[in-house]
Design a protein around this ligand. Structure first.
Ligand code: ADP
Length: 431
């Protein structure tokens, strides 16, 4: 267990590490902060967190990379826009990172980025926790690209860009798969020949940083849940569920890839593999078009024909929009039963992600269908939950229902902080 600090405590030892720097001819005291980068195929999301408490300073993103219409926006902790920019020529990850560094340095008066944490979708079987991203690690991760060809290259591009721009700056890889490496062997296995399993064809699970955050947060709000059997549902554009006990991942709905499990915004979720063979053999579809259909044209969008956005579907009177919502609720219910079985019972159900945090209707429908497990939702708390983690079940409910806003960025900032060299002085737990 690495050393950790108490929420809100500025350690004297750490203050000693604050330094003086020359900016615009003026000698200024600087305070270190950690940058968190979450890079996808067409966007780079970032946030900056001040040490020692990881207080958020800025969040923002560049989207529209490679399309000739990239846009940048940054907001401060109060939500005020502090930077905006648009490009008319195509921008790649390298140029995007250069812009972000320039922005950070010119807008962070008094702060200095001392380390960068990256969200990395796949760490294979070997990476069961965060690691400094040196050349050797980058080479090993490049070797994992066949496991996540749609995501991993985009996660690694900003790392390489930053290595070139700021050699020596600590960069830490935080993996979506790492939390699930602790799952029992049975939960990770496909019933395939051993030779195929040995090649790494097994269930990995994703959204691990979100579940790790939930596992760390829930006991702070209800200590009775520290060793409890918990099923968490991270419901965003990507959606999955995870069974946890005592903060350990026991099973998850996503498997070898992030297309398995629940129907998502545009991903189909679990599919009889015979369907894929049928599409290729009988309908003559190419592998590329099947992949595009499964990842980009299915899920809420494919079923509804209306939108992948839950807000649009909930506002629509089109019966296909309702069908898409009903199918998501039904699949969540089926997976909940399966995950509860993997735990031998259920003590708590947690909603997170854009849909889980914001759709009272979806939460109510899921909890209605889960009454057989002992779930009793509090309709008033569900309709108007307070900000932050909140219990939304009745006091009489055998299963506690919680809403925990996703915060993968804070989890990455914590992991990055834990790998600082020299480490921060010890004085308790992270915020
Ligand atoms: P991502 O996986 O891209 O991080 P998010 O966690 O932001 O996605 O979730 C996006 C989803 O959350 C979208 O389907 C969006 O419609 C849904 N969502 C956001 N706000 C609301 C709301 N007020 N009511 C219902 N759904 C919402």
């Amino acid at each position: 267990m690495r050393r950790r600090r108490a929420a809100g405590t500025a350690s004297a030892g750490y203050r000693d590490r604050q330094c003086q720097c020359q900016r615009g001819g003026t000698l200024m005291a600087t305070q270190d902060c950690i940058a968190v980068i979450n890079a996808g195929s067409s966007s780079i999301k970032f946030s900056l967190h001040a040490l020692p408490d990881l207080t958020p300073l800025f969040t923002g993103k560049i989207d529209g990379l490679y399309r000739g219409a990239a846009r940048f926006i940054a907001r401060d902790a109060a939500g005020h826009t502090v930077g905006e920019h648009a490009w008319t020529t195509p921008l790649d990850h390298q140029a995007g990172m250069e812009y972000l560094i320039d922005f950070a340095e010119s807008h962070l008066d008094g702060y200095r980025v001392c380390a960068v944490g990256h969200r990395i979708v796949h760490g294979g079987v070997d990476f069961s926790g965060p690691v400094p991203l040196d050349e050797a690690v980058l080479d090993r991760l490049t070797g994992l690209i066949p496991l996540a060809p749609l995501h991993l290259p985009h996660n690694l591009a900003p790392v390489r860009a930053l290595t070139a721009l700021r050699p020596g700056l600590l960069q830490v890889g935080c993996f979506d798969t790492a939390f699930h490496t602790a799952q029992p062997a049975l939960a990770q296995a496909f019933a395939l020949p051993q030779a195929i399993t040995d090649l790494g064809v097994r269930r990995y699970g994703f959204h691990g940083l979100s579940y790790e955050y939930i596992a760390a947060t829930l006991p702070l709000y209800d200590p009775a849940l520290a060793g409890a059997r918990v099923v968490a549902a991270h419901l965003g554009n990507g959606a999955s569920m995870c069974a946890m006990q005592g903060g350990r991942s026991m099973a998850s709905t996503m498997g070898f890839t992030a297309v398995d499990g629940l129907p998502m915004g545009t991903r189909c979720g679990a599919l009889d593999p015979g369907v894929v063979i049928y599409l290729i053999e009988e309908l003559g579809m190419t592998v590329e078009s099947v992949q595009r259909m499964m990842y980009n044209e299915s899920g809420l969008l494919g079923v509804s024909g209306v939108s992948s956005d839950m807000r649009v579907l909930e506002a629509s009177s089109d019966p296909r929009a309702q069908l898409a919502i009903d199918l998501l609720v039904y699949r969540i219910g089926r997976e909940l039963g399966s995950l509860a079985a993997s735990l031998g019972g259920l003590d708590a159900l947690v909603f997170s992600g854009g849909i889980g945090e914001n759709s009272a209707r979806l939460r109510a429908a899921v909890c209605r269908d889960a009454a057989w497990l002992g779930v009793e939702l509090d309709p008033a708390a569900n309709a108007a939950p307070p900000a932050g983690p909140a219990r939304i079940s009745l006091a009489s409910s055998r299963v506690a229902v919680w809403l925990v806003p996703a915060n993968e960025e804070l989890m990455i900032a914590r992991h990055t902080c834990d790998l600082l060299d020299p480490p921060l002085p010890e004085s308790g737990e992270h915020p």
